[in-house]
Design a protein around this ligand. Structure first.
Ligand SMILES: Nc1ncnc2c1ncn2[C@@H]1O[C@H](COP(=O)(O)OP(=O)(O)OP(=O)(O)O)[C@@H](O)[C@H]1O
Length: 410
């Protein structure tokens, strides 16, 4: 680092007032020149200092930018396996299961314990210990305090709504009914049927009606994303629900962790099996009349391991089928509620023309019809727009728009 140049001494000269005038003038001139000289040196030093300041500012800017990049660059999620002496820990990175010995800064060493989930950078240095919220997000749980979906948003499956209300809502809202009669409500409810028929909506609507927290986790995420972590995630899922009672746990695609045992005994299968065992043991240790309800959903009922359907587990099965004609008419009405539709729209006619459409397909149809209106510079959607949308969807059919067609679930 360059040192600051020393400031020149201020010239000082005593001028004898007794001197003759010309000598005094000469002395004063000399003094003046010295002052000018010092002034020039100071000006040069000032220029120098300005230049150094400019360079330092650029350096600070660069470091700040680098710091920002470091802070915003992606971090990986890992689990602490062991905390050793000397501020070192062993972490296991999610996804590839790699075990790494890494340093942890003195700043956070006291808050790191085995089992904690942490964020590590490219060199595996621990950046933060994840709190439960971040952790849940990292684990791709979806947590909603009160979902906005209500029963009025669900069409064509009134019987299923009634069954879900009885099996899930009533035990939460009126537990005393079960106490008085002396029976336990169903432990878990399994919704099965083709995709896009309203299974997730049903679970959300119950949470809305009962002011319960909705906690969703996809079975596929449990096994795909966190190899070797599935059973711990199941524990976390229930822990999260206990912290937020009343709560609805919704496990979508349960078939991913509860597939029928196959002949092959690969390590992947064993891991999936462990995840499922953890789920079953959580459910077994569950207070049946408690404030947590569990709903699972699948499109592949045929693939399920029957062990999960035993009493005390998913012991209430509710099939959510594709809507019939009347159901489709209701769903059309629901999905056009917020749309500016012309009086000529004939929902019954459209319902008759949409055989095989799921609720999700009908939602796409309404959006597509709206697009036709926009393309034609109109702000009102006509029956013809729906007819055009239907035709377009039929044309695109080969590219899978009617997703539920041909899907097998039982
Ligand atoms: N019965 C229905 N009534 C009204 N809208 C529906 C219905 N079923 C599906 N939808 C529409 O389709 C969307 C997807 O539905 P949802 O996620 O509930 O289906 P799902 O059965 O859980 O599907 P998946 O098995 O693929 O998870 C909803 O957001 C809704 O807009």
């Amino acid at each position: 680092m360059s040192r600051s140049p020393s400031i020149p001494d201020r010239p000082h000269r005593d001028i004898d007032s007794e001197l003759p005038d010309d000598e005094r003038l000469e002395a004063l001139r000399g003094h003046y020149e010295e002052l000018v000289d010092v002034n020039d040196k100071l000006a040069a030093q000032l220029d120098d200092a300005e230049e150094r300041r400019e360079r330092l500012r650029e350096k600070v800017d660069r470091v700040e930018r680098e710091n920002e990049t470091l802070k915003s660059s992606s971090l990986y999620i890992a689990t602490v396996e062991d905390v050793l002496d000397d501020e070192q820990v062993i972490v296991k990175q999610h996804g590839n299961n790699q075990e790494v010995l890494t340093d942890v800064s003195a700043r956070i060493v006291d808050s790191v314990a085995p089992g904690d989930r942490v964020a590590v950078n490219d060199s595996f240095a621990i950046q933060t210990v994840l709190n439960t919220e971040t952790d849940a997000r990292a684990q791709s749980m979806e947590i909603t305090e009160k979902p906005e979906v209500t029963y009025a948003d669900i069409g064509g499956i009134d019987e299923q709504v009634r069954e879900v209300r009885e099996a899930v809502e009533q035990p939460l809202a009126e537990p005393e009914l079960f106490d008085e009669v002396g029976i336990d409500p169903p432990s878990g409810v399994l919704l099965y049927g083709p995709p896009g028929t309203g299974k997730t909506m049903l679970a959300k609507a119950v949470a809305n009606e009962t002011d319960a927290t909705f906690i969703k986790m996809a079975g596929s995420e449990l096994v795909r994303k966190f190899i070797g972590e599935g059973s711990r995630l199941v524990r976390d899922l229930f822990e999260m629900a206990r912290e937020r009672e009343p709560a609805i746990i919704f496990i979508d695609e349960i078939d991913a962790i509860a597939t029928r045992r196959t002949e092959s005994k690969t390590s992947g299968d064993a891991e999936v099996q462990r995840t499922m065992m953890q789920l079953l043991s959580e459910m077994d240790g569950f207070e049946a009349r408690g404030e947590i309800r569990i709903i699972a959903a699948t499109n592949r009922f045929d693939m399920l391991d029957r062990a999960i359907l035993r009493p005390g587990r998913f012991d209430r099965l509710i099939e959510v089928p594709e809507p019939g004609e009347e159901g489709r008419e209701q769903i059309l009405a629901i999905h056009t509620r917020g749309m500016n539709v012309a009086d000529d729209i004939d929902f019954a006619d459209l319902a008759a023309d949409t055989n095989g459409y799921s609720g999700a397909d009908i939602e796409s149809l309404a959006t597509e019809a709206g697009m036709f209106a926009i393309r034609n510079d109109r702000d009102q959607v006509t029956h013809q727009d729906f007819a055009d949308a239907l035709e377009k969807i039929e044309e695109d059919d080969s590219s899978d728009v009617v997703s539920s067609a041909g899907y097998f679930y039982q």
